[in-house]
Design a protein around this ligand. Structure first.
Ligand code: FES
Length: 83
């Protein structure tokens, strides 16, 4: 069984769960984020968090829809060919 579990929350962040010390999160320059005491954390995927790369809950205030929900909605609104 994998030690790291990443859950795509419905219309929310990526929830990362891993035993402490088994995962490293770094910025674009390779600087590590301090994950001490954090066996789980959430990564923003809506782009609106003021605490990136972590989720700060803003996604729920702005009505973020994850890609799979947005694609489904777009497909429902798209007329079928020949219609
Ligand atoms: S996913 Fe939560 S603030 Fe972006």
């Amino acid at each position: 069984m994998a030690q790291v579990k990443i859950t795509c929350r419905k219309n929310g962040p990526y929830r990362v769960e891993a035993p402490e010390g088994t995962i490293e999160l770094v910025d674009a320059d390779g600087n590590a984020y301090d994950l001490t005491g954090k066996p789980a954390f959430s990564l923003c995927r809506c782009g609106a968090s003021v605490n990136k790369p972590f989720c700060d809950g803003t996604h729920s205030k702005m009505g973020f829809q994850a890609a799979e929900a947005a694609v489904k909605k777009a497909e429902e609104g798209t007329p079928s060919p020949g219609a």
